[in-house]
Structure formats: structure tokens, C-alpha cells
Design a protein around this ligand. Sequence first.
Ligand code: AMP
Length: 306
Amino acid sequence: MARIVAIGECMGELSETGEPGVLTMGFAGDTLNTAWYLRRSLGMDWDVDYLTAIGTDLLSDRLLDFLSGEGIGTGHVRRLSDKTIGLYYISLKDGERSFTYWRNDSAARRLASDPAAIAKALEGADVAYWSGITLAILSPTDRAALLEVLSQFAGRGGKVVFDPNLRPRLWESADTMRGWIHRAAAVSGLCLPSFDDEATHFGDASPVETAERYRSQGTARVVVKNGPGDVTIVDAIGAVATVPVPAAAAVVDTTAAGDSFNAGYLAAELTGASMREAAQAGALLAGKVIGARGALVLQAVQGHEG
Ligand code: AMP
């Protein structure tokens, strides 16, 4: 049995339905989206665990039920009696979505305050998956502690996979974000950035520049997503290749494009695909996900369940 542990924050998602006074309730979050697509893409010889912190209230129970109902392992979810999960609200106006967040005091912000528990969760695991959002929501002390635990995991041969997912609003400052993102990349053997964000916040002129920057920080391999543009892959010896992305049949909602790409990529690579084949698998899955509304698109994975 192999095991992947995704680390991060899952929030409650309240969404307007178009009918006045009627909302739908769901759960989402960048690393959770990837875990969900991984669970649906990998065979049952893989366990997919989610590591986070939640409250002891009923809403937190609902999240736990959701995760287990989706086949995601919850054995390493911390429960904090004085906190609850973060929430966000999706408003619909003229077909456009806008987001309101209540996450500043969420339980997940304390997910790394017991580093020994994270080290324990990673014992015997093969892969740790995390993102710049996972890091952003933590205190500086907890960021350093999480980096240390992941660095030790990598030192024991664990595979650490990181999506920088740059969100300056979650950080104290853009400079702080850039500094921690590079420290995170240094302990992660594989980085999966999106060029758009990287160009905006690091000033990269091309996806190859993005990949080289992360490699110069210590990441061995980098896969740079670029919306409908080619995916750029740079392997452990620095060889660069590009993989075209299939034209999307329809672009309805790009929510979770990058998260689902990462899952498609990883599921393929963990079952023996080359970087190029894995990038093709990632793009194929993401292309389906953007064809429908929402983060977790069942139609995109039906027929692909392992
Ligand atoms: P991004 O994080 O926006 O660079 O997108 C992640 C992945 O989603 C890309 O590598 C593509 O595989 C897919 N994707 C995003 N936008 C599009 C699009 N407009 N058409 C086709 N694929 C897309």
C-alpha cells in the first residue's frame, strides 16, 4: 500500500443558487481539491490522506464526513475545541462569481502547531503534497516547523511536491511571500507553479525562467503550467521540454484548473508515467474540469476511477 498525504486548509463553500435565499453548501480548498482528484485518479493500492486542523463543532464534523465519504483518509486531522473551519461565500452577478472569505481565525491556521504530529502522519508515507496557501496561513514559527518536518521527510527519501499557489493577500507582504515560497521550494523535489502568478509576483519573463528560478533554489524538477499555453517541464538534469495542452471543448469555470492538473500529473507519475506523459495526463484532466462549474467536477473523473 502506498500513501500520499496532502497538507492544507479545506473551507466550507456557501454558494448562491440564483434562487433568492437558497444557498448550497460544499467543501473546497486548493490542496483538498488536489486530494479529491488524486483519490479519484489513483487505484485503491494508494491511500490519500488529508492533513489539516478543524474544530469539534458540527460543521467541522460535516467536513470530516465529507472527506471520509469521498474516500480521503482523515486519521491525521487535528481537532481543536476553540476553533472552527474557514468559510467562503460565492456571490453570483451576471454570471460572474465573486468571493467573500472568513478564514482569518480558522482551525487550519494551527495545522502545524504540533510538528511531532505531522512527522507522525508522514511516517511510512511516500508523498507529501502541499502549497503556498498551506504555508501562507501559518504563523512564522509554524511555517519553519512545517518546513523542517518536510525537509526531514525528504531526507528519508519521501517525495515532497509543492504548488507555490501565490496569494499575496494571505501573506504579511509580497516580500515575505517570495522569501517563504523559495524556502518551501528548497525542500520540495517537485514544484508545480502556474506561470501567470509567477510572472506577476516574481517578474519571470518566460516559463523556463520560472523553472530555472525554482531549480536555483534547490527544487530538482519543475512543471510550469501556463493556462491554455504549453506546459514546460524541466527534469532533474535540467533538460527542458514543452507539452502542448489540448484545446478545451469549453471554458466554463477555471476554478481548480491548476489543482486538478497537479492531481492528474501526480497520479500518472506515481504509477510510472514519464514527466511528459504525466503533464499530458494533468492537462487532460484540467481540460475537463474547466468545462464545468465548481472545483470538484465529477464528470471530469468518471470513467477514470482506479
Ligand atoms: P493554470 O494554472 O491557469 O496555468 O492552468 C492549469 C492547467 O489547466 C493548464 O496547464 C491547462 O492544462 C489547463 N487550462 C487552464 N486554462 C485552460 C484553457 N483556457 N484551455 C485549456 N486548458 C486550460
